[in-house]
Design a protein around this ligand. Structure first.
Ligand code: CUK
Ligand code: CUA
Ligand code: CA
Length: 646
């Protein structure tokens, strides 16, 4: 079936968006608010027609995306993997996938989720199996110093199980995972960009976490039918210890999270201020909110013990509900009304504004941060007065990026477009200037874009060069591969007045969000240090088998093309731990270690140590072998595990 036919079928099955009922709000255009018919379109791939060539194609900038063999990309891209639970590293502008970082997902190449060390990070059940084997990563954000990336850490959320993971950028490996209590539907994360009170701490000290789903608190089977027992909490995690510092009870849910450059404010957009349990109720209010958290005040309240605890967890919780925060001068939170069901809140690189978009409203709301701070001082009366612009930009606006030159770029999910709009012009228009036109340019993307991000645009060093757009549907853009399509990442040159699409690349579903960092922001270490690993077999000749009752420890080394032992002997019923240290020092010289029928498989990078523990339950000979091509005699790199009958 041709693509056009597919669209035609869809069009008859679903109401076109433009026919949505006009809203009752005065002076609004027909497109101002979308009715429930349009909501169908939010899930539909069929709405946007296949139009070739963007509106803004042609007269754009003149950047080259071509990276010739042997050349390196100018930027690192850190991509979430979505369903896989991993994080991916892409080179930008080429779009080449350079690495996959296993995070919440077991991984046979690296042995993640399989070795004792990675199981410790992932967490196990009493029977030794992994606590969870699935993850759903959405948002990757990196640590800051002086308002830009310091290359130390990145964090990513797991929406399913409410976990936040930290990646050490030096080695691009996950080193900590924290399961956050009292939440479900963990979605937005954002690190703070400095401490709000301690001037010396001009770097990331906390990571803020929003949770979408409200649950009965405590969620122990009681109160499931009592709506008053349901609420969601905003969580603060310590960037260094990865422990939960505090939580803040809110009205409504939380979706995406943004933080200010001064460290004083964090915010989450809320699409369900109605506390609805079904979607029709979640879109009943004309306005939802962007809720702001006054970080210094919350931390002071926690210090002063003005907290409660949700049974089953020891985390201090402050009350950030509207009812408990009526006096702005002591309020912990400020609920700024924004058009209904927003998705996304993004901080502009000049530090002045947060932009929040309503997916059921064709608008973007610009909130000025000094006004929010003024509201907390009682100088601005109505939280809505913190809004300084609300341009109409197109249908289904989701996420916004910036070029550092005063322009914003927003994905229009329903229109399958990126719209470029100017912040100052939008603010002038909002003040009544009839000549001020916010929208600068539009360009088609294929198809239905979700997140987008511009190079360095979450820092003060936004350079306005590349815009990457994560499209949720690829449809006809690649060779057909059966029912499951890849997603389509679109590279747009934004150096010119007009946007210019220069490249597309498929990605395995479904990255939601990504950041693009200048490559000199990350300094990796290409070889581990043996002393990092307390259990390392340091002596190159130190391979040996040590028995203690039924526990057998095999201390093993590897130097291409041989393991330190050609064989080792154990008995059925033994608990066997193999500790393998790779003594090779050469960059890129990894060895693998696999044992057939025992489900053992991992690699050790140069100077790295990993271990695995298993029960010897099958008698016989099992050849352990190197799984990673390391040497001309790689195939010969093997030995026998001999399991004697008990
Ligand atoms: S979400 Cu997927 S497009 Cu999880 Cu940031 Cu908006
Ligand atoms: Cu060692 Cu292959
Ligand atoms: Ca709503």
């Amino acid at each position: 079936m041709s693509h056009d036919k597919h669209n035609a079928d869809k069009a008859t099955a679903e109401q076109p968006v433009q026919s949505a009922e006009p809203s009752s709000e005065q002076g609004m255009s027909r497109r101002r608010f979308l009715g429930s018919a349009a909501l169908l379109g939010l899930s539909g791939a069929g709405l946007a027609a296949c139009k070739d060539g963007g509106v803004g194609g042609g007269k754009g900038g003149a950047l080259s995306y071509e990276i010739k063999p042997g050349q390196l990309d100018e930027y690192y891209g850190l991509w979430s993997g979505g369903h896989s639970g991993e994080v991916r590293v892409l080179g930008i502008p080429s779009g080449r996938e350079i690495k996959r970082i296993p995070v919440f997902n077991p991984d046979a190449l690296t042995g993640w989720g399989h070795t004792n060390e990675s199981k410790k990070v992932l967490g196990t059940r009493p029977d030794g199996h992994l606590r969870y084997t699935t993850g759903d990563t959405h948002h990757v954000h990196a640590s800051y110093k002086d308002g830009t990336y310091d290359g130390k850490y990145a964090w990513v959320n797991d929406k399913i199980h409410g976990r936040i993971a930290r990646i050490r950028l030096e080695t691009m490996e996950c080193d900590r995972i924290t399961e956050i209590p009292n939440i479900q539907g963990f979605h937005g994360i954002f690190p703070d960009k400095r401490d709000p009170v301690d001037a010396a701490k001009n770097y990331t000290t906390r990571v803020f976490c929003g949770s979408e789903f409200h649950i009965p608190q405590p969620n122990d089977g009681s109160g499931m039918e009592d709506p008053n027992k349901y609420f969601a909490v905003f969580t603060c995690v310590d960037a260094e210890t990865m422990e939960v510092r505090w939580q803040c009870k809110v009205d409504g849910n939380m979706d995406l999270v943004a933080t200010s450059f001064d460290g004083k404010l964090a915010a989450a957009n809320q699409y369900n201020t109605e506390n609805g349990m079904i979607y029709a109720n979640m879109m009943s209010a004309e306005r939802d909110a962007c809720v702001f958290f006054n970080i210094a005040r919350i931390e002071a309240a926690v210090k002063a013990g003005k907290v409660f605890r949700i049974p089953g967890s020891n985390v201090p919780v402050v009350d950030g509900t509207k009812a408990a925060n009526k006096d702005p001068k002591t309020a912990l939170t400020c609920y700024v009304p924004v058009p209904k069901n927003p998705h996304g809140v993004n901080a502009s690189p000049d530090g002045k504004y947060f932009v929040c978009s309503g997916k059921l409203s064709p608008t973007a709301t610009v909130i000025e941060l000094v006004r929010v701070l003024d509201w907390f001082e009682g100088k601005v009366k109505d939280p809505r007065d913190t809004v300084v612009a609300e341009p109409e930009i197109g249908l289904g606006p989701l996420h916004t990026a910036f070029d550092g030159r005063g322009n914003a770029y927003t994905t229009l999910f329903l229109d399958s477009q990126i719209v470029k709009w100017n912040l100052d012009a939008a603010i002038k228009a909002f003040k009544g200037d009839k000549n001020a036109k916010a929208v600068v340019d539009r360009i088609d993307v294929h198809y239905q874009p979700g997140h987008l991000n511009a190079s360095m645009n979450e820092t003060r060093e936004a350079d306005g060069k590349w815009l990457v757009v994560g499209c949720k549907f690829s449809k006809d853009r690649y060779l057909p591969v059966g029912p499951l399509h890849p997603e389509n990442e679109v590279l747009i040159d934004i150096t010119g007045e007009k946007m210019k699409t220069v490249h597309e690349s498929p990605v395995w579903p479904e990255p939601h969000d990504f950041i693009v960092l200048k490559r000199d922001k990350i300094k990796t270490r290409q070889v581990h240090t043996m002393t990092e690993f307390p259990n390392a077999v340091k002596d190159i000749g130190g391979s040996k088998v040590v028995r203690s009752g039924k526990k057998v420890t095999v201390h093993l080394t590897s130097v291409a093309p041989a393991f330190g032992l050609n064989e080792f002997k154990v008995k059925v019923g033994d608990e066997v731990t193999v500790i393998l240290t790779n003594h090779d020092k050469v960059e890129d010289l990894a060895h693998g270690f696999a044992i057939p029928k025992y489900d053992v498989n991992f690699i050790v990078n140069p100077q790295e140590t990993k271990s695995v523990t298993f029960r010897a339950d099958k008698p016989g000979v099992y050849w352990y072998y190197c799984t990673h091509f390391c040497h001309a005699l790689h195939l010969e790199m093997r030995g026998r595990m001999m399991v004697a009958r008990a």
